[in-house]
Design a protein around this ligand. Structure first.
Ligand code: KG4
Ligand code: ZN
Length: 334
């Protein structure tokens, strides 16, 4: 059978990314222009700045992706683009670029849901085996998803309030750490100890849902009360204690779901999958349980377009097509 070469475009948040992927499994190029430096001084992503950067970077990143892959337009079978969820103005830049290219180059267009992309970031390492359980932990999402076949996603649990990455970023802000806070807390946690017993939000024995806002409040209160009493808390210990709570709940619920649904594989996706504490604990517990666990390499955990091209390849092979009326959908569900 003929190879499928798919161009992927991702602009849902603060990375302008274009990639070229062969057969959904081989990365020919994966170019990411990060805007983190431009948003840092505002302590978070500023939507207008994000959109403007995407506009400025798109053609540069696109050209680089073609140069690195050493393919030309004739070899491209389809264009896959993130249609949501994300920042609407940011998404629109990618969607419009993809539509313009699809029209000009006469290529089929495929819309990709961003979280499906994060899941498919794992397929570069190993072929999927179903049923498969995916733990999605990013800045906007914390979800457990059951997949019985390619392109099918069943939500079995999700956060009732903050996403895991959001909790990391908010706690980091309380500790005066630069944006994005996740990697900073991860680094501090390695040097600290779990001296504070923060709550674990189990939400009942049967639940696969998550909640991080209570934990976040507990951290605020702890810092506030310590300040009033003139007690000195080490940032490293706060980070380690906070991370211990997040990691314990994420790991335990994922393991319980993996056993209940008798899955063949567990995959972890999203920016928080880069977290060392989480990776270590998951590796340890899934090793013991003898359930195969896949975690993408660090560069494929955070936003990129290779994962969008990989998910787009499956959609393309399943015959899914978007028209030139494709629109950005900031709250698109899986
Ligand atoms: O998937 P992603 O790049 O963007 C979204 O789609 O949200 O995830 C970004 C999130 C941010 O909240 C960031 O703080 C968090 O992932 N993150 C981490 C780590 N690296 C990134 N959180 C904890 N530990 C890390 N090492
Ligand atoms: Zn993401």
């Amino acid at each position: 059978t003929k190879d499928n070469i798919i161009l992927g475009i991702e602009t849902s948040c603060d990375e302008t990314a274009v990639a070229i992927v062969k057969n959904g499994t081989n990365i020919l190029s994966n170019v990411v222009a990060s805007q983190i430096e431009s948003h840092k001084r505002f302590g978070g992503v500023v939507p207008e700045i994000a959109s403007r950067h995407h506009v400025e970077q798109m053609t540069v990143v696109l050209e680089e992706a073609f140069n690195q892959a050493e393919v030309d337009w004739e070899e491209i079978d389809a264009i896959a683009v993130t249609e949501g969820p994300g920042l609407v103005g940011a998404l629109l830049v990618g969607v419009n670029a993809a539509k313009a290219l699809a029209f000009a180059k006469r290529k089929p267009l495929v819309g990709v849901q961003h979280i499906a992309g994060h899941i498919y970031a794992n397929r570069f390492q190993q072929e999927f085996e179903f049923p498969l359980l995916a733990l999605i932990v990013s800045g906007g999402h914390t979800e457990l998803i059951l997949m019985k076949e390619h392109g099918s996603f069943e939500l079995i649990g999700e956060t009732l309030d903050d996403a895991a990455g959001e909790a990391y970023d908010k706690v980091a802000r309380m500790l005066d750490l630069p944006y994005p806070g996740g990697p900073e807390i991860d680094r501090l946690a390695e040097q600290g100890e779990e001296t504070i017993d923060f709550p674990r939000a189990w939400l009942g024995e049967e639940s696969y849902d998550f909640s991080f806002s209570g934990l976040k409040s507990a951290v605020i209160n702890k810092i506030h009360n310590a300040g009033q009493r003139g007690e000195v808390l080490k940032k490293e210990d706060i980070a380690a204690s906070f991370q211990a709570s997040v990691v314990e709940v994420l790991t335990a619920k994922t393991l319980r779901a993996a056993k209940e649904y008798n899955v063949k594989q567990v995959i972890v996706a999203g920016g928080v999958a880069a977290n060392k504490g989480l990776r270590n604990e998951l590796q340890k517990q899934f090793n013991e349980a003898q359930i195969p666990l896949l975690i993408p390499p660090l560069a494929l955990c955070t936003d990129n377009a290779a994962m969008i091209a990989a998910a787009g390849t499956i959609a393309y092979q399943q015959g899914k097509r978007a028209g030139l009326d494709l629109n950005a959908n900031p709250s698109l569900e899986l």
